[in-house]
Design a protein around this ligand. Structure first.
Ligand code: AMP
Ligand code: ZN
Length: 473
């Protein structure tokens, strides 16, 4: 069976056939670094990671690009409010983003281009659009994309969604980066410097200013992946105007089809509601770590729903993730004991390993537009069968080794099989150290109190040959 994906461009599920197989160019719209990324953002980034890992499981050589939006309207506003410099402000949130990416065990993209480091590419793309008569400089010194001229060349504006042009007046302009589909209008490619921009400006053939958000992604994606590439991903809110504008700018400049497959992830709700600070249901990844959850548990939870379904994220769901992972860990732990500590053999992508068809069934589930529920179904069915064999004491060391090899293959996609101890939050390790110190000082009351505190946070203390360590309850 071949991999099939829902392409927003065709509004249908299509067989995935890259432009130059086995190479795949994949661009994911990255974070706007003006705050810590929230759990909704992480749903989309973990979805991108799932796509990349699935393609790699299937033997594709993926070039994964994720931009860092380090100049746009919201960032400039925050820089002004915080009386800081652009670089200092965005640097802090970019570092946090990269740290969070690791916490969630997302593979680092091969390229993470910054808009501010591609100003020359952005300018040259705008110059091309002006030369082709599709962009123009307005009286305010800004450069706009002309929807009328673009459509006049036989190009389609509105490839990802249907747009109504009846109300649209030629030359009507929108300068802000975000606008609704009802206000479709000529959008800004280059924004002339205004006093509110402070120090954030660059010289250009049209005067000092800064790029619009949409042109940043067109310039960086085509610079790294070429004028036409395979996959472009983002959350569903980016379909309009961001992705529609990316198509218009890129195809307007190159005359070539921009992206073959557009994939969009549905949004995440928290406890059934849109996340908002005023409702108290707004969580950054860091908020959840502070509650004692691990990146692994959060990743698991985000990977339970199909990417095109709205996902209702709940704290109960995170507790469920903890239980499910404990089941997997227990089974893997027993398999490791039987298999011994011998290194696992390397296997080819298409090689049949482990219990009959486990990897193949898992992979086939993902072929069906990344049917993650069916994929987890194969995993838990296997855990159930393995537990049965373990209870019977009927597994040989060779079978246990084969099972672990198969699991490693599966976990190259799921990315939740971190070895125990890998993701213990720093706070818990500090508590364990404090307890050890209390025991050494014979303060057993304090030692017991710390043990109870750890227990309340979901951690038990286990004695091992190498000393004490923490284990999930
Ligand atoms: P931003 O940093 O705001 O540019 O957003 C980064 C990514 O997160 C984009 O792909 C958005 O579509 C996505 N995103 C924003 N809010 C949500 C949400 N509630 N659920 C899922 N994805 C989201
Ligand atoms: Zn983008």
């Amino acid at each position: 069976m071949a991999l099939k994906l829902f392409n927003t461009l065709s509004r249908s599920i299509q067989e995935f056939a890259p432009l130059a197989s086995p190479n795949v160019g994949m661009y994911c719209c990255g974070p706007t670094v003006y705050d810590f990324a929230h759990i909704g953002n992480w749903r989309t980034f973990v979805f991108g990671d799932l796509v990349r890992r699935t393609l790699e499981l299937k033997g594709y050589a993926v070039t994964h690009v994720m931009n860092i939006t380090d100049v746009e309207d919201k960032i400039i506003k925050r820089v002004r409010e915080n009386k800081t410099s652009l670089r200092e402000f965005t640097g802090k949130y970019e570092a946090a983003f990269l740290e969070d990416l690791k916490t969630l065990n997302c593979l680092l993209p091969h390229h993470t281009p910054h808009a501010t480091e591609h100003i020359a590419d952005i300018i040259s793309l705008i110059e091309k659009l002006i030369a082709r008569g599709i962009a123009y400089k307005a009286a305010d010194g800004s450069v706009y994309f002309s929807i009328e001229k673009y459509r006049g060349c036989g190009c389609t504006y509105g490839q990802l969604l249907k747009l109504n042009f009846d109300e649209m007046k030629a030359g009507e302009r929108v300068k802000s980066d975000e606008y609704a589909k009802e206000s479709v209008a000529d959008f800004a490619l280059w924004k002339a410097r205004v006093p509110e921009d402070g120090d954030v400006f660059w010289p250009s053939p049209w005067g000092e200013g800064r790029p619009g958000w949409h042109i940043e992604c067109s310039a960086m994606s085509t610079k790294i992946l070429g004028p036409s590439f395979d996959l472009h991903l983002g959350g569903e809110d980016l379909i309009f105007p961001h992705h529609e504008d990316e198509i218009a700018q890129s195809e307007g400049a190159t005359g070539k089809p921009f992206v073959k497959y557009w994939l969009h992830g549905a949004h995440l709700l928290v406890e059934g509601k849109k996340m908002s600070k005023s409702l108290g249901n707004f969580f950054t990844l860091r908020d959840l770590l502070a509650k004692g959850f691990t990146g692994r548990e959060i990743r698991y939870s985000l990977l339970t729903a199909h990417y095109r379904e709205t996902f209702n994220f709940t704290l109960d769901g995170l507790h469920g993730a903890r239980t499910a992972l404990a089941r997997i860990d227990e089974c893997l732990g027993k398999l490791r004991d039987i298999a011994g500590r011998a290194a696992l053999p390397r296997v080819q992508a298409d090689q049949q390993v482990g219990p009959t068809g486990l990897v193949q069934n898992f992979s086939a589930a993902l072929d069906d537009d990344l049917n993650i529920s069916a994929a987890w179904g194969t995993v838990f069915e296997w855990v159930r069968e393995t537990n049965h064999r373990l209870a019977e004491n009927s597994l040989s060391a060779a079978e246990a080794t084969a099972a672990l090899t198969a699991w490693n293959k599966i976990d190259s996609v799921l990315g939740v099989g971190a070895t125990i101890g890998f993701e213990i939050p720093a706070e818990m390790n500090l508590l364990l150290e404090a307890r050890q110190a209390a025991r050494k000082a014979k303060d057993f009351k304090r030692a017991d109190a710390i043990r109870d505190e750890l227990k309340a946070k979901g951690w038990a203390i286990e004695d091992t040959a190498k000393g004490q360590r923490l284990k999930r309850i």
